[in-house]
Each structure stands twice: as C-alpha cells, then as structure tokens.
Design a protein around this ligand. Structure first.
Ligand SMILES: [Zn+2]
Length: 318
C-alpha cells in the first residue's frame, strides 16, 4: 500500500536519484527517499499503452518493493497517512474517520456543490446560446464560496491520491463513499480509460445522479464553435476492437469548460497530459459514421460521456 514516487534513495551511491535517471539495475539498492522511512522500493519501467488513434508511453515510477514493509505512517508516501491529513483539513467532516484506519466520504456534498456551481454559472451567463446544463437545481445552495472551494479541494485531493496510488484498490479499502443513504462502490465511482466502456454502460443503464471521476489523457482542447461558445476538453479514445457488426465504438469523454479559470489552469499546466476529472456525467450515442479509405470501409460510432467543468479544483493534471 503506497503512493508512486518520483525519487528514491540509492544506498550505494548515498544519494537521492530521480526517476529520469533510474533503471532496473538499481533495484535492490533503492529505498524510500524520506530519511526516517527508508523502506525498500523498486523501479517500475515505462511501458506503452495503446489508444484508439495513438500509442502513448506511461511514465516510470518507484513503488514499494513489498507490502510487508510499508511506508512509515508519517511518510508522505503512506496512503493512510495522506488520507488522515486530508480528513484533518476537510471542512464539515466531508471526509471523516469512522473507525481506526477507515474513513467515510460524503459524496452528496460534492453533488450539491456541483449543482450549486451549475446554478451560479447559469445565473452568470447572459447568453441565450444553448449549453448542456444539468437541469436539476440544487436542493441546498451553498452561498459561502469559501466552503464550496474547500469541499471541492477535498474531492480534488482524494482524486489526486487515487491517481497516484500503486494499486487500484487501496482507497477502496480505506474510504467508503456515502451518497445519502447509499454506499457507492469505488468501481462505480472512479474509472481509468480501460473502464470508460463500463462507465458508459453504468450511466446508460442506471439513473446515476452521483458525481464520477474519470482518468485518462488529454486529446485536445477544442475551441468554441460558431454555435457553441465553450471550449471542450476531450480525452483520448481508449483502444477498442470492432463489434460483431464491424463497428468501432469509440468512447468519447468530453467536458464542457464553463469557466475561464478552468481553461487557464489547464493551459498553464500544458506539460501534463494525464488528467483526472470529476463531474456529473450523462451519455448519448452518435449515429454510425462510414469512412472510405484505401483499406476499405470503416464504420464508427461515438459513445459520448459528457460532463461540465466549472472550477479548476474539478481537475488533477499529472
Ligand atoms: Zn516512505
């Protein structure tokens, strides 16, 4: 159980090595860089990941050599220690300890916050142009902007932690996601690009009202169009095989950027292309597009997952 690390301590060299200069030969000599912790860690090499229209390198990192030797609780790479710190800073017990080593996160507060932001964006927009607004107004409008920022900040920290943990199930074991009286499974809440299809199906088949997190890589920020005044953040389509009718069903995740601060936040961090976002999402599918080229006929359909970004804290770039 640990957080991926960009640096490690090399005991033979007696110095900190960064991931850019590390290699597999160093395994056996690497320890956690936190001086009090120094548990054995290993180098995990970069690897190729295939998307529908591009192959991308996944960055290398250091991780724990063994779960039997976890990071010291005080070490900043200890997952539970980090959750403890997030809970301490969280307003109104949005994230709170319910027993030793176990926490509860109130997802409905994030839901209400997003609905409030949607309402505020609606109120501030004087345009008649159509936008894919979520129609349901918030039950409770948070008028305290500081509180609102704080709730989003807690959600952002959890999402960041999730994107950095060594394995997918670490947070699942520590944090329960409460949505009113319901408990939402982590597998229904946080999706990497490998699971975008599952996410699409989940939203399509269920009346999903809770927010979701999606993690992928940025494909582009599409500029506003004549009939649509917003920038749109588009994620890269995961790789898919054609279905039985030889149709390629591309999962298109798109987030409408409803606030200029979100846009400048992404643009000023353009060296990062991995992204995790949370929003309320809805889905629809396009008609089948037929393309002719030298190799023959290509049939494609877009399975769209759409959300809105109102606040920079809805995003983690890494
Ligand atoms: Zn450590």
């Amino acid at each position: 159980m640990g957080i991926k690390m960009p640096k490690a301590y090399h005991k033979m060299k007696d110095q900190i090595v960064s991931i850019d200069i590390a290699d597999k030969e160093m395994n056996g000599f690497l320890l956690c860089q936190t001086s009090k912790c120094r548990v054995p860690v290993i180098f995990v090499d970069a690897y190729k990941k295939r998307y529908a229209d591009k192959t991308v390198m996944v960055a290398p990192y250091f991780r724990l050599a063994s779960n039997d030797k976890p990071h010291l609780r005080e070490c900043k790479y200890n997952t539970l220690g980090q959750i403890e710190a997030i809970a301490k800073d969280s307003d109104d017990n949005v994230l709170r300890a319910i027993e030793e080593g176990h926490y509860s996160f109130r997802l409905n507060v994030i839901d209400e916050t997003l609905r409030t932001l949607n309402q505020l964006a609606k109120d501030e927009s004087n345009s008649d142009e159509s936008a894919p607004w979520v129609s349901m107004p918030p039950a409770k409008v948070y008028t305290n902007r500081g509180k609102l920022d704080s709730y989003l900040s807690t959600m952002q920290k959890i999402m960041k932690l999730r994107s950095l943990t060594e394995t997918h199930d670490e947070l699942r074991e520590i944090i329960s996601l409460q949505y009113g009286k319901q408990t939402i499974k982590w597998s229904r809440f946080y999706y990497t690009s490998d699971d975008f299809k599952k996410c699409y199906t989940y939203i399509k088949r269920n009346n999903v009202t809770h927010p979701l997190c999606l993690e992928g890589i940025i494909k582009e920020i599409a500029p506003p169009q004549e009939k649509f005044k917003f920038h749109v953040l588009k994620l890269r389509f995961p790789w898919v095989e054609p279905d039985n009718d030889k149709i390629i069903n591309l999962i298109a995740v798109e987030l409408v950027i409803q606030n200029d601060k979100v846009l400048s936040y992404i643009q000023s961090n353009s060296s990062f292309y991995n992204v995790a976002v949370y929003s309320k999402f809805y889905v629809n599918e396009s008609k089948v597009h037929i393309k002719q080229n030298q190799e023959g006929t290509k049939k494609m359909r877009f399975l769209n997952i759409k959300g809105n970004l109102y606040h920079p804290k809805q995003i983690v770039l890494f």
